[in-house]
Design a binder for this molecule. Structure first.
Ligand code: NAD
Length: 351
């Protein structure tokens, strides 16, 4: 199992190094190969996604990504900025499905801005289509308006094939979890959504073991804060998914805990924490490595077909939290504040 290791910038380097240390404790044969990306890629070769890094990513079975970005590069032209690396990888590898689990460990329920009884034990997965929709639909632009001034316009578009493809990811993910899919659209107003609902319904009939429901996006935004535990897997388009996945991540109250996966049609994927490079705490040894460790668990499950190892790793994280280990971002009185390395060591011991 060849893994391309792309730590990136800031805390990316620290959390990825610790995660590799934890993975090495599993009795599995990994081959890790590291390459620079983001600001580190720019320093190495003048481009945030160097050719060699992209070649490695293409050739590997999966990609473990840290984070990119640093204020030092803020003045660069947009094509050279570190953040372009992630967009370049998504495009080059055709990563069309973004999976974002939002899970609230009982021990951390108090960290949410919602009441603990609303979120304790929450375990939902948002599956967001990543390469279509209004972000990429043509035509788009700003043009003179007939009645004076200018108008801006974008085009929301989804082909049947694109909808079917993301539906497949959603049903498959639900099969490995609570066997429920909620498809989110705006079919009361948008033609794109009407087609979306039609195709999702047809795909639902092909997956009778999964309970399919539909919800309008405005209602879903409301239900996510009213009663988030009603959901198992939410499947939605790029625009709605962008917004709902950020909303769902806040339910957990801790950015340092949330993993993500971006998959292609063969379940090859890029795995990364949802947070950025956190320049404010980089180099201090205080970053929370759990989002990256949990991303590695997703990698084991979705790309490497090591479901049992994924569960072991997730259980080790749960036990570490139960035993009171906390990095500064999730620390509360009465628990044990530890460094990045000590947190990862605690997980490794519990494996
Ligand atoms: P950020 O996620 O890096 O940090 C936001 C806040 O959360 C900071 O206070 C930070 O210290 C804290 N934080 C983040 N991760 C943490 C962790 N693991 N443990 C403890 N605390 C953590 O977002 P930002 O500050 O808006 O962006 C910083 C840089 O990261 C920018 O250059 C941005 O473009 C980039 N960024 C990259 C990605 C990515 O690589 N996918 C995603 C978001 C932002």
């Amino acid at each position: 199992m060849k893994i391309a290791v792309l730590p990136g910038d800031g805390i990316g380097k620290e959390i990825v190094a610790e995660t590799i240390g934890v993975l090495a404790r599993l009795e599995l044969k990994f081959e890790f190969e590291e390459a620079p990306v983001g600001g580190a890629g720019y320093e190495a070769s003048g481009h945030p996604l160097p050719e060699k890094t992209l070649a490695l990513a293409k050739q590997a079975d999966a990609i473990l990504f840290g984070a990119v970005g640093d204020p030092r590069y803020d003045a660069l032209e947009s094509a050279k900025r570190p953040e372009q690396a992630i967009l370049g990888l998504r495009k080059a590898l055709a990563l069309f499905a973004n999976l974002r689990p939002a899970r609230v460990y009982e021990e951390l329920a108090a960290a949410s801005t919602l009441r603990p009884e609303i979120v304790a034990g929450l375990d939902i997965l948002i599956v967001r289509e990543l390469t279509g929709d209004i972000y990429f639909g043509e035509p788009k632009g700003i043009r003179p308006h007939a009645s004076g001034g200018r108008e801006g316009f974008d085009t929301m578009r989804y082909s049947e094939a694109e909808i079917r493809r993301i539906a497949g990811v959603g049903f498959e993910a639900a099969r490995k979890r609570g066997k429920k899919v909620c498809s989110v659209d705006k079919a009361n107003v948008l033609e794109t959504s009407r087609l979306w609902r039609e195709v999702m319904t047809a795909e639902g009939e092909k997956n009778p073991d999964i309970e399919l429901s539909h919800m309008y996006v405005d209602n879903c935004a409301m239900q996510l804060v009213r009663n988030p535990k009603q959901f198992d897997v939410i499947v939605t388009g790029n625009l709605f998914g962008d917004i709902l996945s950020d909303e769902a991540s806040m339910l957990t109250g801790s950015i340092g805990m949330l993993p993500s996966a971006s998959l292609d049609a063969n379940n090859k994927g890029l795995y990364e924490p949802i947070h950025g490079s956190a320049p404010d705490i980089a180099g201090k040894g205080v970053a929370n490595p759990l989002a990256t460790i949990l991303s590695a668990a997703l990698m084991l499950r979705y790309s490497l077909h090591q479901g049992a190892a994924a569960e072991r790793l997730e259980r080790a994280v749960k036990l570490t939290l139960r035993d009171g280990y906390r990095t500064a971002d999730i620390y509360t009185a009465g628990t044990r504040k530890v460094s990045t390395a000590a947190m990862a060591d605690a997980v490794a011991e519990r494996l």
